[in-house]
Write a protein of this length. Structure first.
Length: 116
């Protein structure tokens, strides 16, 4: 089955860290451009971090620069989002998207809740 599955979300206190995983099955994620998005209640989905499949360049939303890191593990066929110094405003459902030409895969999302 061709899909991406996110995991690693959960509750965390402000200032804490989480690492989200986007595990691909049925395709090789390293040839795909991968983007993490998030959607908070009542807000539009927004780009958080992106990883190019051509040159490995990364791109981050201004709100997460210096705190979040997107990376890829080819052996595990997985893309990660390391999130440090989490803030209450990072609370959202986080989604992984993998794109390559006409192929476009979305995961089901993983909830991140930052609260004391």
């Amino acid at each position: 089955q061709v899909q991406v599955v996110e995991s690693g979300g959960g509750p965390v206190q402000p200032g804490g860290s989480l690492r989200l995983s986007c595990a691909a099955s049925g395709f090789t994620i390293s040839i795909y451009a991968v983007t993490w998005y998030r959607q908070a209640p009542g807000k539009e989905r927004e780009l958080v971090a992106a990883l190019s499949n051509t040159d490995g360049n990364t791109n981050y939303a201004d709100s997460v620069k210096g705190r979040f890191t997107i990376s890829r593990d080819r052996a595990r066929n997985t893309v990660y989002l390391q999130m440090n110094s989490l803030k209450a405003e990072d609370t959202a459902v986080y989604y992984c998207n993998a794109r390559h030409f006409l192929n476009n895969y979305w995961g089901q999302g993983t909830q991140v809740t930052v609260s004391s």
